[in-house]
Structures are given as structure tokens and as C-alpha cells.
Design a protein around this ligand. Structure first.
Ligand SMILES: [Zn+2]
Length: 203
């Protein structure tokens, strides 16, 4: 059986509770920090996922149904446009604090609970491990190739950085770096493969 990891590498933490700002742009700036530039549900890093400008302010309990929560910071998430549009105003409860009924609904990913339902496999694909996870997975289309691509772009670029530093260190010591250069080139090619898949998907 393959090893599963948590979807959220680093659980986001909101710095504020209640209404702090009454504009999306102010909330957005701070959400990016609190969410460490990662899109809410899928964990896509904004750098590879379209950038800060393509980000949306996601209202966990939809603002159409609960207008009083439009600027409540506890209800806001930093979300990629895909997850945000797909979640839209879907809400299972009749009140803002009922987000799940049975095996349907959404979990705020600032809660530990989120990672009990959704995981990531070794290839970088998001997978569900519970029925509620299946609901979120399907509603947010977390199976989209772009999430796997963005995860791997980040993983490869971190590895590339490590290898470049190692090559530098070896060069300074006058040691042979042929093998590392070979790995670096292979990783670069893989990076562009994923980049191409993502570009096709965006197009
Ligand atoms: Zn997303």
C-alpha cells in the first residue's frame, strides 16, 4: 500500500477572530500570509497556481446565504479560483455553524479534522479516505490534474534548489559534480513536463 501524506503540509492559522476589515482587498493581503500563500482546499502554492492576483477570497459559509459573515475573518479562506468557483454557494446546513450533515458538507481546513478525510499519495494526487472526503473531493474536483502538477512543480523546484547548492559546495571543494549535474538536468526536464501539462490544462 502506498504511503499517504496530509493534504495540508502546514495547517493555516487565522490571526484574527471577528470583523477586522470590510474590504476584500485588505482581507486578501492578510489571508495570503495566514495561509502561507497556499490555496485553501487543494494546498496549491500561488506561485505555481496562477499567482496572487488570481486568488479569490473564499467564504466558507457562503455570503449569499449568510451576508452577515461577508467580512468575518473566521469565515474567510485563501482559495484558488478553481476551488472557489466549484464550492460557490454550496452549503448543507441551515445555519452557518452546520457545515456537515452525515457524509456531506465541507470542513474548514483550519481545523485538524480536514486531513482526516483527504490525503495526498506519493505521486502528489489528492485522495479521499472517508465518505465525507469523497463528497469534498467530488464537489471541489480535487482530482483535477492541475493540483497534482502544482504540487509536483513545487516539490521538484525545492529539490532543484537543494541540488544546485550541493553542486556549488562540491565545486568549491574542487570535487566532481557530473553525477549531480545529470540529476539536475533530469529534474529540470521533469519540471518542464509538469509545466507543459499545467499550461495545456489552463489553455
Ligand atoms: Zn484549489
Amino acid at each position: 500500500m502506498c504511503k499517504l501524506m496530509d493534504v495540508k503540509i502546514d495547517k493555516p492559522k487565522r490571526f484574527y477572530s471577528g470583523v477586522r476589515w470590510r474590504t476584500n482587498s485588505s482581507n486578501k493581503k492578510r489571508l495570503a500570509i495566514d495561509f502561507k500563500n497556499r490555496y485553501a482546499y487543494c494546498d496549491d502554492l500561488d506561485k505555481h497556481g496562477g499567482g496572487y492576483r488570481s486568488y479569490h477570497v473564499e467564504h466558507f459559509a457562503p455570503k449569499d446565504k449568510f451576508p452577515e459573515l461577508e467580512y468575518n475573518y473566521d469565515n474567510l479562506l485563501y482559495s484558488c479560483q478553481y476551488c472557489n468557483i466549484l464550492k460557490s454557494n454550496k452549503w448543507i446546513g441551515n445555519t452557518h455553524n452546520v457545515s456537515v450533515i452525515g457524509n456531506e458538507g465541507f470542513i474548514d481546513l483550519c481545523e485538524d479534522e480536514y486531513c482526516k478525510h483527504l490525503k495526498r499519495d506519493e505521486a502528489g494526487k489528492i485522495v479521499f479516505i472517508t465518505e465525507l472526503g469523497r463528497y469534498m473531493y467530488n464537489e471541489l474536483q480535487l482530482y483535477l490534474n492541475r493540483h497534482k502538477c502544482i504540487y509536483n512543480l513545487e516539490r521538484i523546484s525545492l529539490k532543484l534548489e537543494e541540488i544546485k547548492q550541493e553542486i556549488e559546495t562540491k565545486k568549491q571543494k574542487g570535487e566532481n559534480t557530473d553525477f549531480l549535474e545529470e540529476i539536475k538536468n533530469e529534474l529540470s526536464n521533469t519540471f518542464y513536463d509538469y509545466y507543459g501539462i499545467l499550461a495545456d490544462e489552463n489553455g
